[in-house]
Design a binder for this molecule. Structure first.
Ligand SMILES: Cc1cc2nc3c(=O)[nH]c(=O)nc-3n(C[C@H](O)[C@H](O)[C@H](O)COP(=O)(O)OP(=O)(O)OC[C@H]3O[C@@H](n4cnc5c(N)ncnc54)[C@H](O)[C@@H]3O)c2cc1C
Length: 416
């Protein structure tokens, strides 16, 4: 069924009885041309673009829970293309362009809102870094505008401009950045893939990867063995565990990242705002809740909820920047498992096992990457060639030492 405004009106008039399920619920077949492990944003986008761009439709996405139950439905939904390093710049630029056409491409309202992202800076050194970043963004063909203190005040007057410890010097404004409804992105790609014939198999955990003579031949699952000569591991925070099923040890640590939402409030925060002197970022959802987050909990874990020290840290940073939020009541907090690489940049690559591919290492920035990751992973799985905009996301950089360290914090997983 094609969704449209007219459909909403006519369905509304006739009791909304005509909506069908957005995707089928098929039983797994014994064999597929390709299997994607993981029904998160990246896995679903990979399946969608395999079908749409490469005409491969005998595909299954195997998801151990339900579609959208992982990080795709747990993030703070920030979408941006404000990277500096060659390798990252062109990839995230490509991704933002795909975001801008996503709703038309998927015929699905993902509530993509280009409300702008303002990264604040609080010293001369940070201003220099913001200028460099802005120039890199403009050179890449994206947008960036340097705001001075008064420029920031005009857009976000509720910040604490009087405090002297971390004075606000200005901000880098990325107007095409913004937010989207995270689980709608999963649902949109799921529906789009299903419509093209992809089988989405939920409650199907992969428990083993079958390899014969150095090539992948299928997977073992909680719903039986399934054969395939191409398998993509797209499992975010579980990447280390799934790769271990193929005898691989990935350069990934799994860490928890928490997020928070307040009660619904009248519209107050129009953009995404990030603090430059503490790990804190905030936006307001369409329901009115203030959605915010901070740094990862500083130890490796597979728990999908966090601990109180980081809660305190995030609240303190928020109160420092905008004391008014102290009056809002926090409704919920939650956590997700992040696949952290030593340099903070991702991996889209073949593995030493023929036919086995990996898409992982998205750290805490993988939501914005969903469309381009799917696009490039599909390209790799279909053609065997790395896509040009993902050419730096290779596994061998951890052996050669040519890291893509955007933040310049050194080779340490929990600092990215
Ligand atoms: C609190 C928080 C805030 C964030 N904020 C942002 C943000 O503002 N902007 C941004 O760009 N990014 C953000 N991120 C990061 C982003 O959400 C992730 O990088 C991205 O969602 C990971 O890719 P995914 O969607 O494919 O992951 P997931 O949705 O986690 O998908 C992986 C799937 O694999 C499945 N799986 C795992 N093991 C198996 C198995 N053995 N068999 C079958 N299935 C398996 C899981 O159940 C899961 O559904 C945030 C993350 C969190 C947790």
């Amino acid at each position: 069924m094609r969704y449209s405004g007219l459909k909403v009106i006519t369905q509304g008039l006739f009791g909304n009885k005509g909506w069908g399920p957005a995707w089928r619920n098929p039983a797994p077949k014994p064999e597929y041309d390709a299997i994607i492990i993981g029904g998160g944003g990246h896995g679903l986008a990979t399946a969608f673009y395999l079908a749409k761009n490469h005409g491969l439709t005998n595909i299954a996405v195997l998801e151990k829970g339900h579609i959208g139950s992982g990080n795709i439905g747990r993030n703070t939904t920030i979408v941006r293309a404000n990277y500096v390093l060659p390798g990252n710049s062109e990839f995230y630029s490509h991704s933002l362009k795909l975001w801008e056409q996503m709703e038309t491409e998927l015929n699905y309202n993902v509530m993509h809102s280009q409300r702008g992202v303002i990264n604040l800076f609080h010293s001369d050194g940070q201003r220099d870094a913001a200028v460099r970043r802005g120039n890199a963004m403009i050179n890449q063909g994206d947008d960036a505008e340097l705001l001075d203190r008064e420029g920031v005040r005009a857009l976000v007057p509720y910040l604490d401009f009087e405090q002297t410890r971390f004075p606000i010097y200005g901000g880098l404004h990325h107007k095409r950045g913004g937010t989207a409804r995270h689980d709608a992105v999963a649902w949109g790609y799921a529906r789009g893939a299903d419509m093209r014939g992809v089988d989405l198999i939920q409650n199907c955990e992969v428990t083993g990867i079958d390899i014969e003579g150095g090539r992948v031949v299928g997977v073992q699952t909680t719903r039986g063995a399934i054969r395939a000569r191409k398998v993509g591991m797209v499992v975010a925070g579980r990447s280390g565990q799934v790769a271990a099923m193929a005898g691989m040890r990935l350069p990934i640590e799994s860490h928890v990242l928490q997020a928070f939402v307040t009660e619904g409030l009248k519209p107050i925060i129009d953009q995404v705002v990030t603090f430059g002197m503490g790990h804190f970022y905030i936006s307001q959802s369409d329901k009115g809740g203030l959605v915010f987050g901070g740094d990862i909990d500083f130890y490796a874990s597979y728990a999908s909820r966090g601990n109180l020290p980081m809660v305190e840290h995030v609240m303190e940073a928020g109160m420092t920047l905008m004391p008014m939020i102290g009056r809002a009541k926090v409704l919920r907090s939650w956590g997700g498992i992040m696949d952290m690489t030593p340099d903070g940049s991702p991996i889209i690559d073949k593995t030493p096992v023929e036919g086995l591919f990996v898409d992982a290492g998205w750290n805490y920035g993988g939501f914005k990457a969903v469309p381009a990751s799917g696009w490039c992973m599909a390209h790799l799985m279909a053609t065997g060639e790395t896509h040009a905009v993902a050419s730096k996301f290779r596994l061998d950089r951890f052996r050669t030492g040519h890291l893509l360290d955007e933040e310049g914090t050194g080779s340490q997983h929990n600092l990215h």
